[in-house]
Design a protein around this ligand. Structure first.
Ligand SMILES: CC(C)(COP(=O)(O)OP(=O)(O)OC[C@H]1O[C@@H](n2cnc3c(N)ncnc32)[C@H](O)[C@@H]1OP(=O)(O)O)[C@@H](O)C(=O)NCCC(=O)NCCS
Length: 184
């Protein structure tokens, strides 16, 4: 069990990166609803319950339990009391790997302002300094140039190409694989 306490961090454009909280369910449901079209091409198909406060309360409960168990670091982006994105380290594995997977999205109104580049930089710092991880991996759809730019700017290197890797937007789709080794 690992308890990581992350103080709120400014990441630009009036946006703060902070830990996910149990009382975020309503705000998260609103964010997913407002960004449903923006995210549909990049996300798994979601059940209708995902876009509701009770559905998000269940999701948050699972994430906070995984966090307490040392398996996940769930962060959100907040602006003016609204949730405007997420940054999550999932699948934390100890032993010889000391690694995790990184996922993220930002509200359509905030794209292209450098916020995610800054937020990923903070997530990487937390992975190294607070979680003592050795490696973070990420994957993108081949056409996701914005996400690839965020990763490359943060020192990730392309390490491969995985056919039929993740079921995104209802189809098993190829992904480009990236990693960042944290102790350079
Ligand atoms: C990917 C995403 C998180 C990027 O967030 P962001 O805050 O806009 O990212 P930043 O502003 O920090 O950087 C984006 C970079 O991509 C570049 N970019 C944006 N669209 C691009 C495009 N179509 N082609 C090439 N580069 C593009 C921007 O120019 C910028 O690079 P630069 O600052 O060097 O010019 C955001 O677009 C998003 O949430 N997309 C939908 C969900 C998603 O794709 N999640 C990631 C799944 S792997």
């Amino acid at each position: 069990m690992v308890e990581v306490v992350v103080p709120p961090l400014r990441v630009g454009a009036g946006v703060v990166l902070r830990m996910l909280r149990a009382d975020d369910a309503g705000r998260l449901a609103d964010a997913y609803l407002h960004n449903r079209e923006h995210l549909a091409h990049w996300d798994p198909v979601r059940p209708a319950s995902f876009f509701t406060e009770p559905g998000q309360a269940t999701e948050i409960d699972g994430a906070l339990q995984a966090c307490l168990a040392g398996l996940m670091l769930p962060l959100v982006l907040e602006s003016d009391g609204e949730i405007v994105g997420r940054v999550t380290l999932t699948g934390i594995v100890r032993g010889a790997l000391q690694g995790a997977s990184l996922g993220y999205w930002i509200d359509a109104r905030f794209v292209g302002r450098g916020v995610m580049s800054a937020a990923v930089a903070e997530a990487i710092r937390l992975a190294r300094e607070e979680l003592a991880l050795h490696r973070v991996e990420a994957s993108t759809l081949p056409e996701n140039a914005a996400s690839q730019a965020v990763l490359l700017r943060n020192g990730f290197e392309r390490i491969g190409y995985a056919p039929h890797y993740l079921k995104i937007a209802g189809r098993w789709q190829d992904h480009v694989l990236y990693q960042r080794i944290l102790h350079d």
